[in-house]
Design a protein around this ligand. Structure first.
Ligand code: 13P
Ligand code: SF4
Length: 419
């Protein structure tokens, strides 16, 4: 019988029940249906009463929160590693031990076997990948469970399996016609597991090119989830014409294609996109060029093809950082990617003229949910022995998703060693 209910935030409620358990229930959020159960014995009656409540952190000043974070980190010592994605806000990234793009962070998570807690300042799919790649004794924590990714939510494993079945039924996938699934890192663990089972692989924007190269040589066709733009932009780099790319809409029979279209296609693209990068439009490129003719336009390949086509350079988050870092003083850049990263580059390189490609705000709102109060709350709970917001992928999914992720890492590292 339940005897206590406390609301932590709009989407999280705590129930305390007679059976000595505290349950944190997430309300809504299809992709974050996990329930974290804490054993009351471990926490102790007293601590439960005085549990570190998020609402208390929300009342603190920025300086107080930073102090709490530092204190908790000191208490935890080497038991914790804090990872931060490049799109995180400055007041969070300053507390990260390691920063990187989604590929680098997955490798870092796999390498830090000593840390008992991996606190992931990123989004849900990144924390899931860290859990898949980590050791059984490690726990991955996402400071705000609402930090999801709208693109990842555009493909469910049920839809992907259904699409695969339909392609088999019409003979697009057969003994004579090999098709490999490839999923962008920005997808659920279940889709990564599907790729692991079907000889497929995971990719990120930083290794999509070498992985496309390998897979296009080995298979007759590829099906790419869930970002149509990264898939299309990468396919075009391999000379696949747009007529040989089919777009799969999961809400229509055969994805809205004819059988003939699907047989003809070399690349079948899932109809998903990033709502942040999708805001950059071709007219933004035209406008900045009109205003500043010698400006260079640098965009992420999650932008639509029509934007990428008009840009000077396109590439992953790390490519963008490296390009700006190595550019000469006085050079001018209009960058089509997440706002926090562009603002950080502006601060880091005051000798270069750096601006966001679009005049309006292009921020990843879900990344932004990881804020200093959530980080302080998570770290202080961990220091007190309360495991909060653990991201835990079930055993079977983990096994097969690990195959696809490890395949990505080993192929990427082999390719780097070759070049
Ligand atoms: P990276 O793979 O470049 O880190 O990008 C992740 C992401 O979510 C981009 O929108
Ligand atoms: Fe997802 Fe886009 Fe945010 Fe990246 S920027 S995490 S793709 S919503």
């Amino acid at each position: 019988m339940w005897f206590g209910l406390r609301k932590i935030s709009r989407s999280v409620k705590i129930f305390v029940c007679e059976s000595q358990l505290i349950c944190i229930l997430l309300i809504g959020q299809e992709t974050r249906k996990m329930i974290t159960v804490l054993e009351k014995e471990k926490v102790g009656e007293e601590d439960v009463q005085n549990a570190f409540l998020l609402e208390n952190y929300l009342k603190m000043s920025d300086a107080e929160i930073a102090e709490h974070i530092e204190l908790a980190r000191k208490k935890l010592g080497s038991r914790v590693v804090v990872l931060g994605h490049h799109y995180q806000r400055d007041d969070v990234i300053r507390h990260a031990d390691l920063t990187g793009d989604s590929y680098q962070l997955s490798v870092m998570a796999a390498q830090r076997k000593d840390a008992e807690f991996i606190v992931f300042c990123g989004v849900h799919f990144m924390a899931e990948s860290a859990d898949i790649l980590s050791e059984p004794h490690q726990k991955v924590i996402l400071p705000d469970l609402g930090a999801g990714c709208s693109m990842a939510d555009m493909a469910s494993v049920e839809q992907v399996e259904d699409a695969w079945e339909q392609l088999k039924e019409i003979g697009v996938i057969s003994d004579k016609n090999t098709v490999a699934p490839m999923t962008y890192m920005n997808s659920s663990a279940a889709i990564k597991a599907f790729c692991g089972r079907e000889r497929g692989v995971v990719c990120t924007s930083s290794n999509a090119i070498p992985l496309f190269d390998l897979y296009l040589k080995e298979f007759d066709k590829m099906m790419f989830f869930p970002d149509q733009h990264l898939g299309r932009n990468t396919g075009l780099k391999f000379g696949i014409p747009l007529e040989k790319m089919a777009l799969w809409n999961p809400h229509e029979e055969l994805g809205g294609n004819t059988e003939e279209d699907l047989h003809k296609a070399k690349l079948i693209l899932w109809k998903g996109h990033c709502s942040v990068h999708g805001r950059f439009k071709p007219w933004h490129v035209e406008q900045v060029r009109k205003e500043t003719p010698d400006i260079k336009v640098l965009v992420h390949p999650e932008c639509m093809y029509e934007v990428v086509e008009k840009s000077d350079l396109n590439g992953s988050t790390s490519f963008i950082i490296n390009t700006v870092t190595n550019a000469p003083s006085g050079s001018k850049w209009a960058i089509g990617t997440e706002l926090n990263l562009v603002l950080r580059l502006q601060k880091q390189f005051p000798d270069k003229e750096i601006r966001l490609l679009a005049p309006d705000l292009c921020m990843c709102a879900t990344m932004y949910r990881i804020a200093p109060p959530n980080l302080a709350w998570a770290l202080e709970n961990l220091a007190a022995g309360n495991i909060v917001n653990q991201i835990s992928v079930d055993g079977e999914t983990k096994h097969f998703a690990n195959i696809a992720l490890e395949r990505m890492i080993s192929l990427t590292e082999q390719n780097k060693a070759k070049n």
